[in-house]
Ligand binder design. Structure first.
Ligand code: GLV
Length: 330
């Protein structure tokens, strides 16, 4: 068996794969593998351990060949997979859900707190030597406690975000295509019948939907205008869910108060992107799942998915069950 790993990742997964005795090839770099090299490297592979930076489409699947059985993404999001092309070829795709839920929500929460209390601006102020006295008007932010958290999407990570809000005695309002009456009954969350209904009442709006054609620019100029002028937008899902031009206008014009972004469109953000000129826009480089423990767990889960498929067992976290059935592993 031949396995190709597309980047340096925590070694726990690659080590497990090497212990199998299979041929393990890895792109030993912290940079994205050039597409042409990737297409060469996957040739003849039975399994590929990919990152969200690699598009797994018809071209790549054809370059790999018909022996390819599984592509294991080191991410919970798999919008880099063209799932229909994979399923058509009976190639199983897997992702890394659950192991990163709390770590991702921790970072989304950190963005919420940092933007509400203006921590990046305050740190810069200290570093710039501007701190001369205690100031009654200095860095007055927004209260987090007892505010309303609006969630767009209440899957695993959205629900983890809501759990964090309970410690701050916040009201939680959510919109999701699937109504979660269990969460409403257990925790008192409030269901809103539309994205707009969330935007109108939330002090903090946190986005937790997958990226797909239906969620492209879900947060656009019209919807930003519905938000309170004191509201803060948090995006730790995927960059293109928010229209970046509309977000710039909203932040620049004071339509909303601030934004905290773990993801941008494009990624990485261009250095001349106007969002970078705004003090009220906190941007970090797509690090929501980046804790030592969670990145180890993601690496191990991706490797386990490969090991299972190559030893004729069901993968732990497939994204296309039809391909699992087609390979007789269901
Ligand atoms: C990261 O964005 C992931 O989807 O895991």
């Amino acid at each position: 068996m031949k396995v190709f790993i597309t980047r340096n990742i925590p070694d726990i997964g690659p080590a497990k794969l090497r212990a199998s005795g299979w041929e393990i090839d890895q792109w030993h770099s912290d940079d994205v593998i050039p597409r042409a090299t990737l297409l060469e490297k996957v040739h003849g592979a039975d399994a590929v351990l990919s990152l969200l930076t690699e598009r797994i489409d018809a071209e790549l699947l054809d370059a790999a060949g018909s022996q390819l059985k599984v592509v294991a993404n080191l991410a919970v999001g798999f919008d880099n997979f063209v799932v229909s092309e994979m399923t058509k070829r009976h190639v199983i795709g897997t992702n890394t859900p659950d192991v990163l839920t709390d770590t991702t929500a921790d970072l989304a929460w950190a963005l919420l707190m940092s933007t509400a209390r203006m921590l990046p601006q305050a740190q810069k102020y200290v570093h710039d030597g501007k701190w001369t006295t205690w100031g009654p008007l200095l860095f007055r932010g927004q209260d987090i406690h007892h505010a309303t958290l609006g969630l767009i999407g209440v899957g695993r990570i959205g629900a983890a975000m809501a759990r964090r809000a309970s410690g701050f005695e916040m009201k939680v309002v959510y919109y999701d295509a699937y109504r979660r009456q269990d969460l409403e009954e257990k925790y008192g969350y409030h269901y809103a019948s539309s994205v707009e209904a969330v935007l109108l009442q939330a002090d903090f709006v946190s986005v937790h939907t997958p990226y797909m054609p239906e969620t492209h620019h879900l947060i656009n100029a019209d919807r930003l205008k519905m938000m309170k002028s004191t509201a803060i937008l948090i995006n730790s899902a995927r960059g293109p869910i928010v229209d970046p031009k509309a977000l710039y206008d909203a932040l620049h014009n004071g339509t909303i108060w601030a934004a905290g972004l773990d993801v941008t469109s494009p990624e990485p953000i261009h250095m001349d992107d106007p969002l970078l000129s705004l003090e009220n826009c906190l941007i970090v480089p797509h690090i929501a799942s980046a804790s030592m423990q969670t990145r180890d767990n993601m690496s191990e889960l991706a490797a386990d998915n490969i090991i299972n498929v190559l030893t004729h067992k069901a993968p732990k976290t497939p994204v296309n069950k039809d391909a699992v059935v087609a390979q007789g592993l269901a």
